[in-house]
Design a protein around this ligand. Sequence first.
Ligand SMILES: *Cc1c(COP(=O)(O)O)cnc(C)c1O
Length: 421
Amino acid sequence: MITAEQLKQPVEAIRPLQEFVPFSPPLVGAEEIAEVVDTLKSGWLTTGPKTERFEKAVGEYCGAKHVLAVNSCTAALHLALNGLDIGPGDGVITTPFTFASTGHAILYQRARPFLVDVEPATFNLDPEKVRLFLEKECRTGGKDGRPRHKETGLTVKALLPVHYGGHPCRMTELLALARDYNLAVIEDAAHAIGAEYRGRRIGALGRLTCFSFYATKNLTTGEGGAVLTDDVELARRLRILSMYGISDARRIWKRYAPKGSWVYDVVDLGFKYNMMDIQAALGLHQLAKLETFITRRTENAGIYNQVLSDLDLVRRPTVQGYARHAWHLYPILLELERLDLSRDVFIERLKEHNIGTSVLFIPLHFHSYYRQVLPYREGDFPVAEDIFRRLVNLPVSPALSKETIVQVAETTAGLIEEHRR
Ligand SMILES: *Cc1c(COP(=O)(O)O)cnc(C)c1O
């Protein structure tokens, strides 16, 4: 492993990366390819037996009773909010430090996102600040026990925390607030399949949990997602809503089987959010490999931790005692005050050295659309904003070899050291 002496050497002395290292390449093997081919040859391409098997397998892995596989996490979040009848006149507490998807899903329902700042250690929704929002900015005492936002009169109906980077939120505190204020907890677990909170897998904690199986995520079906719940009635409702609102959606794919029937009834204004068997074919094998993937991600994070440990110019991510981290992301924060280059220039320098990075996320309230529709301004969420300004996400995918990660880590460390003020 790299020594303190080596760290002081200029970057040129470090083995250069010959090829560009992509930020988050998927890891798809022969098993996935064979399964997709099998699906293509089977004569059944869309939602069918493989989707059903994938749903069961995800449920068993996470310890959730009901799983509905859908075509994205955005769809999963939208279904969750729709299924809980969150709509105009309602508000949902969420974090500014997330992807547009989280805020969009709330806005699709014509409900209002109430943003609350994150905690510095995990970049996750800060339960203490949520409590302050509920106590100070809301009025309670209505029949339903739900808080009314004083300024807008909206009813706060749900908490929508995001397990940033695969590190679980402080669920005990958030679930306690949800109980006290009669709020539903919908988890945006787009990064967090396989993560654990106090020994329990994400997926079995809140009322509803939403996963993403997008191409860059820890488990991929190309595009895809799932919504999990232990509530049988809610699960049934979401399944119907995911298929146009057609009753008995579970059996719909059997309509064309010998014993199927042509009769169907549309009972609700549902959506077209179902997952195809081609996607589930990928998912079945990705899920079987997920533990190995997370082990590899953890090893990659360990390499960064070790190589960057002596460097006082960056803050490394930490893992809270309650958590098993799924390491979807490896975020570092630059001590910009002690560097002679900006975060953006640093990213360019990394690119010149063949290292692909990202900045996840640009806070929601910084986007022009969100500036138009929500009353927030720069300065409203100082913790999220400070994280964003210093943030660089390094590649941590299991598709990258340990040697590559060592080189990325050494190059990153060398570059930072070169720019000490
Ligand atoms: C990727 C992502 C989503 C959206 O996932 P899709 O499957 O692409 O819809 C939602 N929330 C977060 C935090 C994400 O990173």
